[in-house]
Design a protein around this ligand. Structure first.
Ligand code: UT7
Length: 373
């Protein structure tokens, strides 16, 4: 029996910081105090005009590869959890796979909105446990800011952009101990970006004009989220044969500090065992849990042998949880050669990608000539 262990991790957030006072300055009917007291959010990072989801995902993926001391070509599968892909097709994962030089890897996106990363972790674990993959790069990356209505105070204050990644590798010891996933599509309308898909078409062939803004029934999502995060966490704690007091760190989806605190209270966890960084990032959707993992590691809150519970919820409605036994030692410092080697590798991957495109073009020309002759 093979198990999946986390062997590397990495995160990336864009450089533009938006603090709560910016919303007041731009004329939104809100206040710094309302945002901080009702959500716990103090700032968030937003992408610039030219930064796509794959750009953030590649940067997080590179960090994760260097932590795991792996090359892109050692990866068997790239999964990107995102609800804000670069394009409807191809998948964002395919773009990331190419840019990381992960030549031997399959690649696909998973959309379970904010729950996407934990869903993807679950899928990756299945691939490893079944022996179909040895090393899987799992990335959560979202830039929901591009779908926000900056005049809607119910939503625009909540979200930030970012990406986080982990490398899962096969091992004889667990790793990922247990997991659960769930969905309740009866709540699909509670949190949605209606446009951009096949229901409301954007290219002029549509039946109705598209609304591509994120809309949400905040109070209903809030109530449901607290219940589902609690029950999903309870399920993975029980199926890992752990007692709640054996949980060393609880890392919930970072959407609202009040949801995090209410969930932790229902689970009976001590506040110091609950990780929160929603104050600095807002809700980064599928990136929230891997970013939280990276920060918890940076802050020395995770040690080898620790039991960690990850739990998330999002549009769908969807939810997922995973219990992890932490196994990877946290390196004191990275080799100075790693960034150099990685930059070389991504350049080589870019050149290889251009050569492949040229090769395809030349192949097509030769085929056409041969057909004509
Ligand atoms: O990854 C999943 C993403 N979604 C979530 O996690 C969202 C979950 N829900 C929430 O986090 C909370 O429901 C919100 C933060 C969205 C809202 O907080 P709330 O305590 O549930 O407030 P509410 O929606 O019940 O609104 C209370 C009042 C309303 O005014 P009235 O009708 O009482 O006059 C809102 O219009 O607060 C008003 N309000 C605001 N006031 C100032 C809503 N947003 C704002 C705002 N500034 N930004």
């Amino acid at each position: 029996m093979k198990y999946a262990q986390i062997a590397g991790w990495g995160m990336y957030v864009p450089s533009t910081v938006i603090t709560n006072d910016a919303f007041v300055r731009m004329g939104l009917d809100t206040s710094e105090d309302w945002i901080t007291s009702r959500t716990g959010i103090e700032q968030r990072f937003l992408v610039g005009l030219d930064e796509a989801t794959s750009d953030m995902a590649v940067k997080a993926g590179l960090h994760a590869l260097s932590m795991a001391e792996m090359h892109g070509r050692e990866i068997d599968l790239v999964i990107v959890a995102t609800c804000t892909p670069d394009h409807v097709m191809p998948s964002t994962a395919a773009i990331v796979q190419n840019r990381l030089g992960a030549d031997g890897a399959g690649a696909l996106d998973i959309n379970a909105a904010c729950a996407g990363f934990v869903y993807a972790l679950n899928m990756a674990t299945g691939q490893i446990e079944s022996g179909r993959a040895t090393n899987v790069l799992v990335i959560g990356a979202d830039e929901l800011s591009i779908y926000l209505n900056w005049k809607d105070r119910n939503t625009c204050i909540l979200f930030g952009d970012g990406a986080g990644a982990v490398i899962l590798k096969a091992s004889d010891e667990p790793g990922i101990m247990s997991s659960t996933m769930g969905s309740d599509g009866s709540g699909a309308g509670l949190l949605t970006i209606p446009g951009g898909g096949s229901r409301f078409r954007t290219n002029g062939n549509g039946r109705k004009p598209a609304n591509s803004y994120l809309t949400m029934n905040g109070p209903q999502v809030f109530r449901w989220a607290t219940q589902m995060m609690t029950s999903a966490a309870e399920r993975v704690i029980a199926s890992s044969s752990l007692k709640p007091e054996e949980i060393d760190l609880f890392i919930p989806h970072q959407a609202n500090l009040r949801i995090i605190e209410a969930t932790a209270k229902r689970l009976g966890l001590d506040p110091e065992k609950v990780f929160a960084n929603v104050d600095r990032y807002g809700n980064t959707s599928a990136a929230s849990i891997p970013i939280a993992i990276c920060e918890a590691l940076d802050q020395g809150l995770i040690h080898v042998g620790d039991n960690i519970v990850l739990t998330s919820f999002g549009a769908g409605l969807s939810w997922a949880a995973v219990a992890v036994r932490w196994t990877a030692p946290v390196p004191e410092r990275r080799s100075p050669w790693v960034p150099f080697r990685q930059s070389l590798e991504t350049r080589v991957a870019a050149v290889r990608s251009v050569l492949r495109r040229q090769q395809r073009r030349v192949g097509t020309v030769i085929d056409e000539r041969l057909r004509r002759d």
